[in-house]
Structures are given as C-alpha cells and as structure tokens.
Ligand binder design. Structure first.
Ligand code: GDD
Ligand code: MG
Length: 360
C-alpha cells in the first residue's frame, strides 16, 4: 500500500522553530512529528510513503534518508513548483498512488497527531465499499476545521471547510483512505481536497466517516502542540508506560531522552519532554514544556508552558513562562523573566520581557 503525507506550507504558526527546520521534522515527544506518522503507516502495511513538499525538500529528504533505512520503508518526495493545495499534490503523485492494483491509499495532513487507527479505518473503508473515508473527531470549537455531518450509517452528508456558522462538532481529523477513483476527480492544478474534492464525493454518496477513539490534535501551533504533548503522554502512559521517565524528580507523565542529565532537587512534570543531551542543573522546576535537543537549564530556573529550541540555555534563576517559544541557540541571562515571549534564533536575552506575545 501507498501513502501520501501533505507536508507543504511554511509552518509559520510554529515559528521560530520552523525557521530552523521544516515543521514535520520538529520533534514531538522526542521524535520528529512525521516519524510518528511514518511508523504508523508502516505498521498498517504501507511499503511507500510519498511526501508532498513545496518548501525545503532537500532538508527534509536528507534528514529522512536515515529513517528510511531504520524503518525499512521507501520514502519518496513529490515536489511542487508552486503550492498545489491539499488535493493538487495527489494529482501530481498520481502514478505512484495508483499502481493499477485498485488498492486504496492513505493521505495524511502532516501536523495531526493521534493513535492513528489506520488498520481499522482501512477495514471500515473496504466494508463500506467507500470511495473515500475520512477520520473524524469531536472538538469544542469546530470553526477552524472542516466539519463533517454524517447519517446513522456513517455516510457523509455534508462537508463544510471552516464554517462561519455552526454546522456540527464532528471535524475532519486530516487522515483519509482514498480509492484510486478519487484521483479521476482531481485536476493537476492548485486545488483543495476539503473545498473541491470532498463535496463532489459527498454528492455522489461515496464519502464515509470513521470516528476516532482517543486523543487528537493539530499540533501546528505552539499552544496546541503543548496540549497535544500532554494528551500524547497520557496515551503513552496507557500503552507503553516504560517509555515515561520515573523517579523522585518526576510528577505526572514525562519523557526524557536517556542522554539527558538531570541535577538534584528538581521537580519535572507534568507533561514535559526533554531531548537529547539536555542538561538540567539543580533545583530546576519544569512543567508542561518541551526542551528540544541540547538545551542547558542552569540552577533554580523555572520553565512552564513553553518550548525551548535546540542548543538554547538559561542562566540561574531565570523564569520562562506562559507560552514562550524560544528558537534555536538563544541564551537567556541570569534572573531574566520571560512572559509569553517569542524569541528568534541566535540571540542573547539580557532583559526581562513582561508583555506576552513580544517577538524579539
Ligand atoms: N504539499 C502541500 N502543498 N501541502 C500543503 C499545501 C500545499 O500547497 N497546503 C497545505 N498543505 C498541507 C499542510 O502542511 C498540512 O499538513 C495539510 O496540508 C493541511 O493544511 P493546514 O494549513 O494545516 O490546514 P488546516 O489545519 O487549516 O485544516 C486542515 O486540517 C484540519 C485538521 O487539522 C483541513 O484538512 C481541515 O479540514 C481539517 O479539519
Ligand atoms: Mg493544520
């Protein structure tokens, strides 16, 4: 089976992290986001994953070459000359996706995380003889998603992308099983699967919705990325608790890379991920936060609800709080307090920032 992951876009909502690497290779729980997806696809029987890319393809492909070997799955790149939207890339990769066997293929948005019930979705798709099956989940604020209305047999009756008025609270989770027939509906031009293709399949009664059990998150922006990390870690607690950190320093669910060092009298958690070769000194308090690789946190620092980029450091008694996102190679001086600040890469921060949302 084949799969296509929609990787395009500049990942602007996850800046400044995406100034350093493309969004899909930003780590999530110490593993690049896209690797969570590729592992799930392999597990569901995929032999080849096509990445639909329109930005920095070389960075992505160089990075993924190592994972291609490790996971023993073919990863290829379908590069767009101009952004082709969410359906155009399927037309561009048509020859790979439709191998003549009639087998359906998977399509994934690259910024969604969940427990990926791909095998179950595929069985459901086949049972319904569907043209397309979309994964759906329930959310409180459906307005920023594609809303799906279905009948008692799970057949989609309406698909409305980013509705202005309330249509329903079941939304498109950004994961599809599609039969090759769908490719006949997509022209080779920039086009939207949500606005153009799904309404057509719905009209012909070929679109079905498979309801997701368990957590789901679009982690394309910092706040949701942190919420998603908490949900992911509690699912790791249920499925593979041995992957979580244990010991007196930890509260709740946390993941710590084996090469990271943690000093005395720290309190870490809940919902923290600490990356490769991070060094946490003594008396440090961290909660609901992500430390990407090689971050140094000096004594008595306090980090809450924030993301700290690769190779960055804090001096002693610093406080980083309230959805700060700190880019790569940023050094925060002793005693500085950052409240909701966004710090671009390669900076030294000497002064406190109290106004949330300040970009430096
Ligand atoms: N290759 C390629 N080319 N990929 C693209 C392009 C493009 O021109 N434009 C967007 N993408 C990719 C994005 O990288 C992302 O993985 C996916 O397509 C969806 O685009 P987003 O920009 O993240 O859309 P969204 O989050 O506003 O809405 C989509 O996802 C929701 C779930 O998170 C829609 O599919 C909604 O219906 C859905 O509910
Ligand atoms: Mg998105």
């Amino acid at each position: 089976m084949k799969a296509l992951i929609l990787v395009g876009g500049y990942g602007t909502r996850l800046r400044p992290l995406t100034l350093t690497v493309p969004k899909p290779i930003v780590d999530f729980a110490n593993k690049p986001m896209i690797i969570h997806q590729i592992e799930a696809l392999k597990d569901a029987g995929c032999s080849e994953v096509v990445l639909a890319i329109n930005y920095q393809p070389k960075v992505m492909m160089d990075f993924l070459a190592e994972w291609e070997r490790k996971l023993e799955i073919k990863i290829s790149c379908s590069q767009e000359k101009e952004p082709m939207g969410t359906a155009g890339p399927l037309a561009l990769a048509r020859e790979i996706l439709d191998d003549g066997s009639g087998d359906p293929f998977f399509v994934l948005n690259s910024d969604v995380i969940c427990e990926y019930p791909l095998k179950e979705m595929l069985a459901f798709h086949r049972r319904n003889r569907a043209e397309g099956t979309i994964l759906v989940t329930q959310v409180e604020d459906p307005s920023k998603y594609g809303v799906v209305v279905m009948d008692a047999d799970s057949r989609v009756e309406r698909f409305v992308e980013k509705p202005k008025t309330f249509v329903g609270d079941k939304i498109n989770a950004g994961i599809y099983v599609l039969s090759p027939k769908v490719l006949e509906r997509i022209e080779l031009r920039p086009t939207s699967i949500e606005k153009e293709t799904f309404p057509l399949i719905t009209r012909d009664r070929g679109l079905f919705a498979f309801t997701l059990q368990g957590y789901w998150m679009d982690v394309g922006q910092p706040k949701d990325y942190l919420t998603g990390l908490g949900l992911h870690l509690s699912s790791v607690r249920r499925r593979e608790p041995e992957l979580l950190a244990s010991g007196d320093s930890f509260v709740g669910d946390n993941i710590v890379h084996p090469t990271a060092k943690i000093g005395k009298d720290c309190r870490i958690g809940p919902n923290v991920s600490i990356g490769i070769e991070c060094e946490i000194a003594n008396g440090v308090r961290i909660s609901n936060s992500v430390l990407l690789h090689r971050v140094k946190v000096r004594d008595y620092s306090r980090i809450a609800d924030s993301i700290i980029g690769w190779g960055s450091s804090t001096g002693r008694w610093t406080r980083i709080d309230n959805k700060c996102v700190i880019g790569e190679d940023v050094h925060v001086r002793e005693e500085v307090f950052l409240n909701g600040a966004i710090i671009l890469p390669h900076k030294e921060i000497k002064e406190t920032i109290l106004e949330p949302g300040t970009i430096i």
